[in-house]
Write a protein that binds this ligand. Structure first.
Ligand code: DER
Length: 216
């Protein structure tokens, strides 16, 4: 089953842990399974690690598993792990379904290596074929960003991400909004082209990071 597969990958990650590591902890369900298996090893072998969580969700999970946390202000990860929505053969990723992409990219960019935990459903031949790309935007910029995206990329769809458990749009941990954009095509320069639009805080295009895929 999917859960067995995820547990296998999660176990793979816990073997990467060394005593004293500072580890970037990703967000999402697969990263949570990895954290669970890491916490078991930490307890058994008293490994004394510190986590840098990429969301309040991840921070709460570190707390639940008694893993001490720090932040990028005071520390820097030796390595990290995270999930992804899509992975292509050039190891380019789409992330951000969970809405934590700003901190996830910050922690990934700060780590020398990030293990990306994915089951086979995440592999694509063409990035963007399954998932829209989340773009985190300052609320004042949503109309500007929408018109710039349409002008520059002629996307198939641009949608403001609406909340389920509250009225109105999802508000991210940096206090911004998310637009989910279905692009016709994703090219190598698009991560920086999207970022260059005034008001864009971050995008879910992770096109050139030191990642190693741990797949099932
Ligand atoms: O939102 C994110 O970037 C998460 O890492 C997501 O892409 C993967 O979540 P999952 O492990 O629950 O599929």
């Amino acid at each position: 089953t999917n859960r067995e597969q995820k547990e296998k990958v999660a176990k793979l990650v816990s073997e990467k842990v060394s005593k004293g590591d500072v580890i970037g902890v990703g967000s999402g369900s697969t990263a949570l399974l990895a954290l669970e298996s890491i916490s078991k090893r930490v307890k058994e072998e008293k490994l004394q690690i510190t986590a840098i969580p990429t969301s309040k969700e991840a921070a709460l999970h570190c707390n639940y598993y008694d893993i001490p946390t720090t932040t990028l202000l005071e520390s820097r990860p030796n390595w990290g792990f995270d999930g992804a929505d899509e992975v292509d053969e050039k190891l380019c990723l789409i992330k951000g379904r969970g809405g934590a992409l700003f901190a996830e990219k910050l922690v990934m960019a700060s780590s020398s290596k990030t293990y990306i935990l994915v089951d086979e459903s995440k592999f694509v031949s063409k990035l963007g074929e399954k998932y829209a790309v989340p773009i985190e935007v300052d609320p004042r910029a949503i109309h500007l960003v929408e018109s710039e995206l349409i002008k520059n990329f002629n996307p198939l769809l641009v949608k403001l991400r609406m909340a389920n458990a509250k009225d109105g749009p999802v508000i991210t941990e940096t206090g911004n909004l998310l637009m989910d954009v279905k692009f016709q095509e994703i090219t190598p320069l698009m991560e920086q082209q999207v970022k260059a639009i005034p008001g864009v805080i971050e995008s879910g295009l992770f096109l050139n990071y030191s990642v190693e895929i741990l797949s099932l």
